[in-house]
Design a protein around this ligand. Structure first.
Ligand code: PMP
Length: 263
């Protein structure tokens, strides 16, 4: 496999990053995950846009949009991929130990791509099990969840809870106890015929798939509420699903001990 590293494609074994890279030392960097269908990257401009917003939050310079677009397609072509998983990572780069971002010279820019391996069909047919995690989502005023950063420990802690309880994904509440999002996904549920999803003010990543679902709902005249919800609201839901780039729309058959119909 080939990896795009900084300014060129290199064979994967040669794609090495310094142990002094601040992405490795401090999680100082941002990333995006994308999917290609038949060689075309879905919502590429939206992903590049969000990468830019994430980078802006942490005052990190990233390459120009055209460069990113070109390198993504070069990586797909070099690996002869059609249905692919693609990840762009930009870190602060190599520098002496210390938090000051100015210690680093050039940013490290990486594009990896591999064949997409789909989730089992049974997940879509029978639904998945979710749990409500004890781990709360990061505070907007601490590490804004809108930053898709290389520091994913908040989400990893919740994912450990999910694994320990035999669940596929964990739902995280924010510090006020409002439903926020999954560890790598946004949550939707249907209550009294209304499609509900936590609003951005709860402190979530503004998922690109979430945006598509919201615009499809609006276009199709489906009642939609982007709001502030508590776990009790989920108890009275008749249908639950989560969304993200790799899963698309994944039905949920259980949250903790509550069962839902598969819509
Ligand atoms: N929330 C979090 C925390 C995520 O990591 C992701 C995956 N990027 C999402 C939501 C879903 O976003 P998207 O639909 O853009 O994949």
């Amino acid at each position: 496999m080939y990896v795009f590293l900084n300014d060129m494609l290199v064979p994967e074994p040669e794609a090495r990053v310094s142990v002094y890279d601040h992405g490795f030392l401090y999680g100082d960097g941002v990333y995006e995950t994308m999917r290609a269908y038949g060689g075309i990257v879905f919502m590429l401009d939206e992903h590049i846009g969000r990468l830019g917003r994430s980078a802006g939050f942490i005052k990190l310079n990233i390459p120009e949009r055209d460069f990113i677009r070109a390198t993504v397609y070069k990586t797909i072509a070099a690996n002869k991929l059609s249905d692919a998983y693609i990840r762009i990572t930009v870190s602060r780069g190599k520098g002496p130990v210390g938090l000051d971002p100015e210690l680093c010279g050039e940013t490290t820019y990486v594009v990896i791509a591999r064949e997409f391996s789909p989730y089992p069909k049974s997940y879509y047919r029978d639904g998945t099990k979710l749990i409500l995690a004890k781990t709360r989502r990061n505070l907007i005023g601490a590490i804004n969840p809108k930053i898709k950063s290389l520091n994913f420990l908040n989400n990893i802690l919740a994912r450990i809870e999910a694994k320990e309880r035999g669940a596929h994904e964990a739902i995280m509440l924010n510090a006020e106890g409002l439903i926020a999002e999954g560890t790598v996904s946004n949550l939707f549920f249907v209550r009294e015929g209304v499609l509900c999803t936590p609003s951005e003010e709860t402190g979530i990543l503004d998922g690109i798939t979430r945006g598509i679902i919201i615009s499809l709902a609006k276009r199709n005249g489906i009642d939609l509420e982007e709001g502030m919800f508590r776990p009790a609201d989920l108890l009275s839901a008749t249908e639950v699903f989560f969304t993200n780039t790799t899963s698309e729309v994944m039905p949920v058959s259980r949250v903790d001990d509550v069962k839902y119909g598969i819509g």
